[in-house]
Each structure stands twice: as C-alpha cells, then as structure tokens.
Write a protein that binds this ligand. Structure first.
Ligand SMILES: Cc1cc2nc3c(=O)[nH]c(=O)nc-3n(C[C@H](O)[C@H](O)[C@H](O)COP(=O)(O)OP(=O)(O)OC[C@H]3O[C@@H](n4cnc5c(N)ncnc54)[C@H](O)[C@@H]3O)c2cc1C
Length: 93
C-alpha cells in the first residue's frame, strides 16, 4: 500500500523511520522537514549497546554494518573522582 508521509524533525527517530519506510517500499513518498541546517549535528556522540546493533541488523543489515565499522569500542573505562577510582568493563566487542 502506497503511503505519503510528512515527517517533522530529522533526528534519529524521524530519519530512521523514513529509512525503514523506504526500505519497506521504495514507492512510499516520504519527506523529512528539519529546522536545523543540513549536515549539522549537536552533541558529543552516541553510545549504544551490542543488543541495539543486533536488532538493527535484523531490520537493516547495510546500515548496521556501516555503524559497526564506524563505531569505537572500549574495554576498560576508568573514572577518577576526588581520589576515588572506578572501572567499567566496557562492551563485549
Ligand atoms: C547531552 C545529550 C547526550 C545524549 N547522549 C546519548 C547517547 O550517548 N546515546 C543515546 O542513545 N542517546 C543519547 N541522548 C539522547 C538522544 O539524543 C535522544 O534520545 C534522541 O536524539 C531522540 O531522537 P529523536 O529523533 O526522537 O529526537 P531529536 O534528536 O530531538 O530530533 C528531533 C528533531 O526535530 C527537529 N525539530 C523539532 N521541531 C521542529 C519543527 N517544528 N520543524 C522542523 N524540525 C523540528 C529538531 O531540530 C531535531 O533535529 C543524549 C541526549 C542529550 C541531550
């Protein structure tokens, strides 16, 4: 069934909804309206866990592979706060 979608906001939710709709049926008419300039991002980065990537892989293996290849993994995070040190094991790789 053909759908026509006007999506207000080009954040992760809006953009990914649009990608999934077009993957479902390329004839869908999807327009994303974003108030910020094209290519702009605000913030520092996105952290996610392996399970999210696995779920993405089920729906969209191409995007999941690109994300996987461009992601940075760490296996030992250390925080020093007022003389105290705590360690986090990081992700499973
Ligand atoms: C400081 C900070 C750090 C974060 N770190 C992480 C993290 O490490 N990992 C993680 O998973 N999540 C993180 N988050 C949360 C994550 O950013 C949000 O969960 C995510 O951005 C939500 O996506 P969204 O598409 O629903 O909304 P948004 O990302 O808020 O996107 C909404 C978009 O709509 C646009 N918009 C709004 N109104 C209009 C309008 N009237 N017309 C046109 N465009 C409009 C906005 O400009 C925006 O681009 C962080 C959030 C913050 C604030």
């Amino acid at each position: 069934m053909f759908v026509k979608v006007a999506c207000v906001g080009g954040g992760p939710a809006g953009l990914y909804l649009s990608i999934l709709l077009k993957r479902q049926d390329p004839s869908h008419d999807v327009t994303v309206y974003e108030r910020d300039p094209e290519g702009s991002t605000y913030g520092w980065g996105v952290t996610y866990w392996r399970h999210l990537l696995d779920r993405l892989h089920e729906q969209d293996p191409e995007s999941a592979d690109v994300l996987d290849a461009d992601s940075v993994r760490w296996s030992a995070g250390v925080a020093h706060v007022r003389g105290l040190t705590t360690r986090h094991g990081g992700d499973q790789g």
